[in-house]
Ligand binder design. Structure first.
Ligand code: ATP
Ligand code: MG
Length: 496
């Protein structure tokens, strides 16, 4: 007898529908899975066998062939267990699976029959809807997340034995309730950063306009402290963005199915490989930049990162996405993030100006190579951080994140009006930059900087984008002289 169900496999961060056909035939007992299964899918045989028996069903001692289609697509992970077991019992005549016509099944089976959560349940439920499925049976633990997909029925099940109700013509499981969006990120507050007015201003501008930020300064001045507080001044994720971020987190198995409106913050260690940073491997997996999508990627100790990793960041920084090519096709993953980086000026960290610095010219130059490359040319704001004074450290706390965020949100509203919903000044196209209103004196200032520093075309556009953000924070329609000056000085260090 033959029976068919449908399930899903993950391909990067998107789900692909798989037809699971099982044929049970008389012959020597045997269980085979064909259709490019990976190790986890092949092992499904053992899980399915144990779950079926432990849930009180009979495992057919016959010749069983399971085929996963489309055959050319590599199937990965254990999410197809439930569909396999169901089709198997359907083919053996033990379950009346007709009631499940139009439904898809996802879930990993434990040996006792419990249905374990899988990665990518949200993407799978959405793909089920795109394929015109009526509903999807998911592990109960994935229910809230999968139910965020609108326009499709989602039911959560805890144990395989619940499927016995199919024989009474009922759909198993319980209707899943969509997850509530959690906005209570317990984030560290910007009030902790004392003094450092210049750095504070840069953090605020970076948050408002989505501009990249590089902090260069001696150890213990508050660079990492400031970077880790950036998420607390960013506006929360909205609408579709929440789903986009949840979909990525779910496919990568992070966040425990929590759906949050707090922007992601990723801080990979400097030993990360290029593939770990931008994505890759076989099968291709999303990298840190995709996990940081719509949030912040923080590269602490920038000079310690290896060159290929940093070079690999250039394309995604420019495009907001990364394309990974492999023998079996290519994949484009989203990666629209704000880059924040911190570095010491030389290996000892004190900088050449400090008489205690003993670094040789050669070692300092080699160390700084990462700071002069094409990557840094793509960072809008460069801040030279100095040690905070004793008065500043003992003085009153600075402005809190909530106060700063209010201005950031207002500035972002102006940007959305100008550029379209959700877009920031750092993403403005050249044509849009040309439309920015600039006062005559501000234009004069930029022309002067251009002449004396021989700015690149890119640098010119970037100064204008930062100046636009400074003006938006001040609520002014045209970019004034003061705002232009402020943008120029954040560029200075890279130009020299
Ligand atoms: N401006 C500051 N305001 C308040 N605390 C500060 C400030 N600067 C440094 N500190 C204190 O010093 C600690 C170290 O600061 P932080 O880790 O930010 O240094 P850093 O600039 O990243 O140094 P490194 O270059 O060594 O990474 C902080 O956890 C904080 O307690
Ligand atoms: Mg640090």
């Amino acid at each position: 007898m033959l029976a068919e169900t449908t399930s899903f496999t993950l391909d990067g961060i998107s789900a692909r529908m798989i037809r699971v056909e099982v044929d049970v035939h008389r012959g020597l007992p045997n269980f085979q899975i064909v259709g490019l299964p990976d190790a986890a899918v092949r092992e499904a045989r053992e899980r399915v066998r144990a779950a079926v028996v432990n849930c009180g069903f009979e495992f057919p001692l016959q010749r069983i062939t399971a085929s996963l289609a489309p055959a050319e697509l590599r199937k990965a992970g254990p999410a197809m267990d439930l569909a396999l077991a169901t089709a198997l019992l359907g083919a053996a005549g033990e379950l009346k699976i007709e009631a499940l016509a139009g439904w898809s099944l996802i879930g990993e089976l434990a040996l006792d029959g419990s249905v374990r959560p899988v990665r990518g349940a949200l993407a799978m439920a959405e793909e089920a809807r795109e394929n015109g499925r009526k509903g999807v049976l998911v592990p109960a633990a994935n229910g809230p997340e999968a139910a965020l997909a609108e326009g499709i029925a989602v039911r959560g099940i805890e144990n395989f034995h619940e499927l016995a109700c199919l024989n009474e013509g009922r759909i198993p499981g319980r209707e899943a309730i969509p997850a509530a969006v959690d906005d209570s990120g317990d984030l560290p507050d910007l009030a902790d950063l004392r003094g450092q007015g210049h750095l504070r201003a840069a953090v605020e501008i970076a948050a408002a306009g989505g501009h990249g930020l590089l902090m260069i300064g001696p150890p213990g001045a508050g660079k990492s402290l400031a970077a880790r507080r950036l998420p607390s001044v960013l506006p929360p994720l909205e609408g579709e963005e929440v789903l986009e971020v949840a979909r990525i987190a779910s496919a990568c198995g992070i966040g425990n199915g929590r759906v949050s409106s707090v922007r992601p913050f990723r801080a990979p260690h400097h030993t990360v490989s290029a593939a770990g940073l931008v994505g890759g491997g076989s099968p291709p997996r999303p990298g840190e930049i995709t996990l940081a999508h719509r949030g912040v990627l923080f590269l602490d100790e920038l000079c310690e990162f290896n060159r290929p990793s940093l070079e690999a960041l250039r394309e995604p920084l420019e495009n907001g996405s990364v394309t990974i090519s492999r023998a079996k096709g290519r994949q484009t993953l989203p990666s629209r993030f704000t880059l924040v980086a911190a570095a010491n000026p030389c290996p000892c960290g004190r900088g050449e100006e400090d008489p205690r610095c003993r670094c040789s010219e050669v070692s300092a130059r080699r160390y700084r190579a990462a700071l002069s490359g094409a990557l840094v040319d793509r960072i809008d704001l460069v801040v030279a951080v100095t040690q905070p004074s004793a008065e500043a450290l003992e003085g009153p706390a600075g402005e809190s994140s909530a106060e700063v965020r209010e201005r950031v949100v207002m500035a972002r509203e102006l940007m959305s009006e100008r550029l379209g919903p959700g877009r920031t000044n750092s993403e403005a196209e050249p044509g849009e930059v040309a439309d920015f209103k600039v006062t005559a004196s501000a234009a004069g200032l930029l022309a002067e900087a251009h002449r004396s520093w021989q700015l690149s075309g890119r640098a010119h556009g970037r100064i204008l984008r930062v100046a636009r953000t400074v003006a938006d924070l001040a609520g002014s329609t045209a970019i004034g002289e003061e705002q232009m000056a402020s943008a120029i000085q954040f560029r200075r260090r890279t130009v020299q």
